[in-house]
Structures are given as C-alpha cells and as structure tokens.
Design a protein around this ligand. Sequence first.
Ligand SMILES: [Zn+2]
Length: 285
Amino acid sequence: MDWRVGSAVDRGAELRGAPGWLEAAWEHPEAVAVRVGIGSIEVDRDGLLVTRAVEGAFDAERHYLLGHLDQRPWFVTTDHGEDGLVPLRTVMDALPAVMLEVAFTGVGLATWHAGSRFCPACGGATRVVRGGLARQCSTCGVEQFPRTDPAVIVAMVDPDDRLLLGRQPSWAPGRHSVFAGFVEMGESLEQAVHREMAEEVGLELTGVTYLGSQPWPFPRSLMVGFLARAGRAEPVAAVGEIEAARWFTREDLRRAMAVGEVGLPPFTSIARRMIEAWLDGVLPA
Ligand SMILES: [Zn+2]
C-alpha cells in the first residue's frame, strides 16, 4: 500500500449530507458492504475481505458509507456485532492495497462510533450523520468528528548509517522496531521526535526529516514517520519502557533476522517499511 498517492476512494464529502442521497447509494444495484467491528473484520478462507450485496433497509446508525470505488458505493456495516469477525491485525498483511484502505477506514469508523455515543460537550445522546463521517448531539446539536491521535515514528541513524532498533517489554520475544510515541498537547511533530528519542534512549538529534504517514486504526492513530540523525553515542534505554536498544549495521540486522534472534513488525506498518527502506539504502540522505 502506497499511502503517498491520492486515494482511489471518492468519499463524496459534498454530497453525503443531501437529503435521500445516502439511501439512494444504499439502493444502488451494485452497492457492496463489508462487515466490521472494533478492530475486527470479515474475511474469507483466503484471507480476503468478504464483500456482500447490501440487504434490508438503510440504517444510518449501523451502515456507514466509505465512498465510491470504481463507481460503486462501498459501505461498512456493524449489523451482527463481532460474530464471525477476525482481528484485522491478523489478516492485514495479506490484503490488497485498496482493500487495506477499506479495512482501515471501516474498522477505524466502527471503533470510533462504538465509543462516541454521548456528546463530549453536554453528555446528551449522539446520532450518526453524514453517512458515518460524523456524529451530532441530539440535545445541543454539537457535531463531533472521528478523532485521530498523531504519533511520531522515528528511524534513527548514526554517522556510520547504523539504525537504532529497540524493544518494549510487552512485545513478542525477539520483536524489534524503530521508536514511536504520541504527540503531546502543544507540541509540534518535530518536537515530539526530539522529546521521544531523549526520553526513550537518551540521545540528542542532529537532524529530523519527514518521511511519510499512514493511518493505524488500533484504535485511532495517524503514524507520522521521520528519519532522525544522531551523533556516535550509545543509547540508554528508559527503565520500564524500553527493554533493549542498540545500533545495527545492515549485516547485523540481516544476520539476527536469519537466526531468528530479531523479528520485525508487520509489513503493513510504516515501521516495517522504514526499516526495509533503510536495509535497501533508500532512506533520504
Ligand atoms: Zn451535546
């Protein structure tokens, strides 16, 4: 999945509020729906998304319009709860690019709706509007939109082009990755990169370059990737947060992976793509 180019999904932002438009999209002869839940989705035996013709009457509370894809309306539905769904994390690496985007959007929306039934301003009950892209309070009228929590993810290299990888105590044995953390209130993305690396490994940065971003609906992050440069210094892992942190040459990492000493994050993650780009020598100079 290349998150750097425009989406194939036309979200129809200017149309979805028009009277009757969503119902007409639901009744389109080629409308399809994918079942989603909180972090979960329906796949077939081959691990591909199950798409079904829509059935029954349109129900704004349970049927969300992702948009049009190849002229067909694509909905996600939460009609039957979690029955028959599987965790998206376990199947995402096998999904074709555009289906990954459908899955991430649909699961992100389902998760957000499930946790947003009451108005953060007055506590009143909210209802779905705009085909699932917003909710509105029935008491005070305030609209709320899906929250996305920005997090920075950092590939750090030293002057010898070694990459810093570490692991958290809660991860699967051997799993290593680059470093990540949520952006705090009042902070720029770049400031978050400097702070995270100081907190997690005690290193000062000499440069920060934006690499790219991707959504990560577990439950609602936007991962923003950076390349960071540091001098020659040994990392000091933050007690309790980081179990180990060390510099790897490409040869070190390939050898550690070959003997099963190091495992990397899933291919779907920006972390994995950043590590692979470094391995291939194609991170920006
Ligand atoms: Zn309200």
